[in-house]
Design a protein around this ligand. Sequence first.
Ligand code: XUL
Ligand code: CO
Length: 437
Amino acid sequence: MKKYFTSVRKVKYEGPKSKNPLAFKQYNADELILGKPMKEHLRFAMSWWHTLGAMGEDQFGGPTMDRPWKHKDLMKMARNKVDAGFEFMQKLGIEYFCFHDLDIAYACESLKDFQDALDEISDYILEKMNETGIKCLWGTSNLFNHKRFVHGAATSCNADAFAYAAASVKKAIDITKKLGGENYVFWGGREGYETLLNTKTDLELDNFARFLQMAVDYAKKIGFKGQFLIEPKPKEPTKHQYDFDTQTVLGFLRKYNLDKYFKVNIEANHATLAGHTFQHELNMARINGVLGSIDANQGDMLLGWDTDQFPTNVYDATMAMYEVILAGGLNPGGLNFDAKVRRGSFETDDLLIAYIAGMDTFAKGLRVAAKLYEDKVLENFKDMRYASYNSGIGADIVSGKADFESLTKYALANDKIENKSGRQEMLEAIINQYIYK
Ligand code: XUL
Ligand code: CO
């Protein structure tokens, strides 16, 4: 079989001193961290779309990447992509992949032809999965690319588009189930609005909930046991996306009694587009018990759009893995690189180099976060900071015993409030110290 990534047979762990660009410096799959192999903490996944589909196009220019799996015959190309993807994952020791229906197949004139193509290509993917042991982290349906979704999918003003979207999600759940997918993602590609002048937000949101309820009912019916995930994003492609951020998603799910069926897939660059840190979104998901999975990437803080860059920021990865550890891990979720190489990084080796950089960044983040966690650096400080709630009036507040009258009585007798420093700079310096090690 044709090989696509010929520069390396297998990417190995060579340690922090290695100068080999095609070796891991931090990611040592089987090394135990907090009693668990690194690979089980991280559960890395390859994104089919960015890795095998993206060709370097942007708003101003066409493809820059001449991928060796390109072929005029679209089914042949889809099969080449399967071969290339599995070779890539095996070489990097990545055990999961994520896909949209459109990225594993290709656009067809009719829905029937598209579904037939999906059946054929998923048979081939399944063959490769059985051969290699590589698994599916999640599947999804692309409900944003084609012009039929110009006004949205489940939130479209056009009921025919709603029906088409339902047929697409039904099929994508079928394929995800066939591939043993551990999760299914809903990213509301165009579920939002451009202007309120033409939008019935009430009907759109009710319909969105109806759509998600249908997905829940269908999954039950066919015995799909994967975790449903919603991926928040505040804007882009629409000016306002309904799944703005984790807290907005939770408010929506709770209103429609859907909260027990969904968790969230947090994407780093979506968090920053919402004006949050990556850690904020993970934290909000964790404290609400809905941290499902992660799309790991980073944005460019000087640009206002979704750049989907490979993560290289060790500080952010550390704080992200710290939240993951506190959440008790991601399983059945994982860490999917929803990231693409830059337009100028057009050689196939750049894909290997980018994944190695991303995997090393999160491996280093995990190492640092595990030490912070073991030493209880932040937890001890926080416990001390909130100690006033452990006894006396604080304990009465937390237990629900206090009311405005009892608090007023207390405040009148204790009106000289003494606060202590939050020691932010000290904590930041300690985190740096852990990273220096
Ligand atoms: C888009 C995005 C998607 C989802 C899956 O911003 O992140 O790739 O992850 O549809
Ligand atoms: Co994503």
